[in-house]
Design a protein around this ligand. Structure first.
Ligand code: PHE
Length: 469
C-alpha cells in the first residue's frame, strides 16, 4: 500500500533533518500550496466575478470569507491530510477507523475527487485560452489594436471549437506529463523562480494601470463598497470563490498536507498561503479595472474580461510584446501548477487502490477529464444556447461550463468544506487534531478553533440554505 510508503517517506523526512532541511520542508509546502492556490482563480476569475457582482462590497464579503471560512478550512484540511498520510479517500478511511467514527465521512474524499474532475475539465479549457494568448502576444497581435479588434480576437477564439480543442488538448497533455513524472524538485525549483516573476509582472501591470487616467475609478470600484449592489447570490459567489481560490473543500490541500513534515506549523503556513493568494487577486483587480474604465469597457464582461482588457494595455505600452508574452506565459504557469494539484487526489487514489502505476493513473485520469472538457469547449459556441438543466431554477440559462462552475464552486466545495470543519471541529478525537496543531498552541489557535467549530460552519450553512430555499 502507498499508505506505508507515505508513512515511510514522512518518517524519513521527519527524522535526521538539519535546520536547513526543516526550513526547506516548510518552504516547499508553502510553494506547492501557493502554486495550487494562485491560479486562474486569482487572475482570471476574481476580477470578472468582482465586475459582475458590482465591485467593492463583493470584495469585502470575499475577504471576510477568506478569513472566517477559508483559513480555518485550510488548517483543518491540511491537518487531516497530515494525520492520515494518504490520498483524501484513504486518509478519511484511516482516520474514521482510528477514531471509531462512521465511515460515511469518507464521502468527503469521494465528493472531492468528483469536484476535481469537474473543475479540471473546464480549468483546462481556460488554461488553453492562456496558451493561445501567449501566441497572440508574442506575434505582436496586440500592437496598436483597438478594443474592437481585441474583442474580435477573443470572440474568434471562442467561436471556434477546433481551435479551443487544440489548446485544451495541449494543456491537458502538459498536465498529464508533469503529473505522470511526479512533482520533482525541478518543478519546485521552477515555481520558486516563476512565482516571484509573476508578482513582479503583476506589479508592473498595477504600475501601468496607475499611469492611466482612470486608476482612481478602478481603485474605488474595488475598495469603496456600495452595499446596495450586493445580492444574496453575490454572497454565495464570494463564499464559493473563497473555496475555489484557496483550493479548498475537495481534498487537494489534504493530499498536499499528507506530505507535510510533522515539524511544520500548519497555522502559520496556512496564513501565509492565504495572504499570498489574496494579494495576487487584489493586485490583479488593481491592474485590470483601471484599464476597463479607461477604455470604456464593461466590468460586467464576464469570463472574457482579462482577455479583453490586458491586451489593450500591452498594445499601447512600450515593450508590450515582451510583457504581454511574459504575462500570459505566467498566467499559464499559474494555471498549470493549480491543475497539477487537482490531478493529485485522483492519481494518488488510483495508485493506492487499484495498483495502477502513477503513469497509468495520470493517463486514465487525464484522458477522462479531457473528454469531459469537450462539453466546456462547446459551451462557448455550438452549445452556447443549450441549457441542459433548465428545469432546475438554480441552473436556468446555464451552459455546461456555467453548470460545472456553479456546481463545484457554489455547492460541492462549500459542502466539502463544511463536512471537513464539522469532522475536525466536532467528530475527530480532540487529541488527534491537537497532535497536529501542537506547534500552534496559543491564543491564535484557540481563536481559530472557535472559528472552525462555530463561525465557519454557521456561515457556510446560512448562506447555503438561504440560497437553496
Ligand atoms: N485555486 C486555484 C485557482 O485559484 C484553483 C483550484 C481549485 C486548484 C481547486 C485546486 C483545487 O486558480
Amino acid at each position: 500500500m502507498t499508505d506505508t510508503t507515505h508513512n515511510a517517506s514522512a518518517a524519513s523526512a521527519d527524522s535526521g533533518r538539519s535546520d536547513n532541511a526543516m526550513w526547506s520542508g516548510r518552504m516547499a509546502f508553502i510553494l506547492a500550496a501557493s502554486g495550487s492556490a494562485v491560479g486562474l482563480g486569482n487572475i482570471w476569475k476574481f476580477p470578472y466575478i468582482t465586475g459582475e457582482n458590482g465591485g467593492a462590497a463583493f470584495v469585502l464579503v470575499y475577504l471576510l470569507c477568506i478569513a472566517l471560512v477559508g483559513l480555518p478550512i485550510m488548517v483543518a484540511e491540511v491537518a487531516l491530510g497530515r494525520a492520515g498520510r494518504s490520498s483524501p479517500i484513504n486518509t478519511m478511511k484511516a482516520l474514521t477507523r482510528r477514531d471509531s467514527q462512521s465511515s460515511k465521512w469518507v464521502f468527503i474524499g469521494w465528493m472531492g475527487m468528483a469536484a476535481s474532475f469537474l473543475i479540471l475539465s473546464f480549468y483546462s479549457v481556460i488554461g488553453g485560452w492562456s496558451l493561445a494568448y501567449v501566441g497572440n502576444a508574442a506575434s505582436g497581435t496586440f500592437n496598436g489594436a483597438s478594443s474592437e479588434e481585441i474583442g474580435a480576437l477573443f470572440g474568434g477564439l471562442l467561436s471556434s471549437p477546433g481551435t479551443l480543442m487544440i489548446w485544451h488538448s495541449i494543456f491537458m497533455v502538459l498536465v498529464i506529463m508533469i503529473v505522470a513524472r511526479g512533482i520533482s524538485s525541478g518543478m519546485e525549483k521552477a515555481i520558486n523562480i516563476l512565482m516571484p516573476i509573476l508578482f513582479f509582472l503583476l506589479l508592473v501591470m498595477v504600475g501601468y494601470a496607475m499611469s492611466t487616467s482612470e486608476f482612481g475609478k478602478g481603485f474605488d470600484f474595488l475598495f469603496k463598497p456600495d452595499f446596495s449592489k450586493l445580492t444574496t447570490d453575490s454572497v454565495l459567489t464570494a463564499l464559493g470563490h473563497a473555496f475555489f481560490t484557496l483550493s479548498l473543500g475537495m481534498g487537494v490541500m489534504m493530499a498536499y498536507g499528507s506530505f507535510l513534515p510533522k515539524n511544520v506549523s500548519i497555522v502559520k503556513t496556512a496564513v501565509t498561503v492565504s495572504i499570498v493568494d489574496t494579494i495576487v487577486a487584489l493586485a490583479a483587480g488593481l491592474a485590470i479595472f483601471p484599464l476597463v474604465f479607461a477604455n470604456g469597457l464593461e466590468p460586467t464582461a464576464g469570463p472574457g474580461l482579462i482577455f479583453q482588457t490586458l491586451p489593450l494595455a500591452f498594445g499601447k505600452m512600450g515593450g508590450g510584446t515582451v510583457f504581454g508574452t511574459l504575462f500570459f506565459a505566467l498566467l499559464l504557469i499559474a494555471a498549470v501548477t493549480s491543475a497539477i494539484s487537482m490531478m493529485e487526489p485522483v492519481v494518488e487514489w488510483l495508485e493506492e487502490q487499484k495498483g495502477i502505476s502513477r503513469r497509468a493513473g495520470a493517463l486514465i485520469g487525464g484522458i477522462s477529464i479531457w473528454l469531459l472538457g469537450i462539453a466546456t469547449v462547446l459551451s462557448f459556441n455550438e452549445w452556447a444556447d443549450f441549457h441542459p438543466l433548465n428545469f432546475l431554477p438554480a441552473f436556468e440559462g446555464k451552459t455546461f461550463f456555467d453548470i460545472f462552475d456553479y456546481l463545484t464552486a457554489n455547492i460541492m466545495m462549500p459542502l466539502g468544506g463544511l463536512m471537513i470543519v464539522a469532522y475536525v471541529g466536532w467528530v475527530m478525537k480532540r487529541e488527534t487534531i491537537e497532535n497536529e496543531l501542537v506547534l500552534d498552541r496559543g491564543a491564535l489557535l484557540n481563536l481559530l478553533m472557535f472559528v472552525m467549530r462555530y463561525v465557519a460552519p454557521a456561515l457556510v450553512l446560512v448562506v447555503f440554505l438561504y440560497n437553496l430555499l
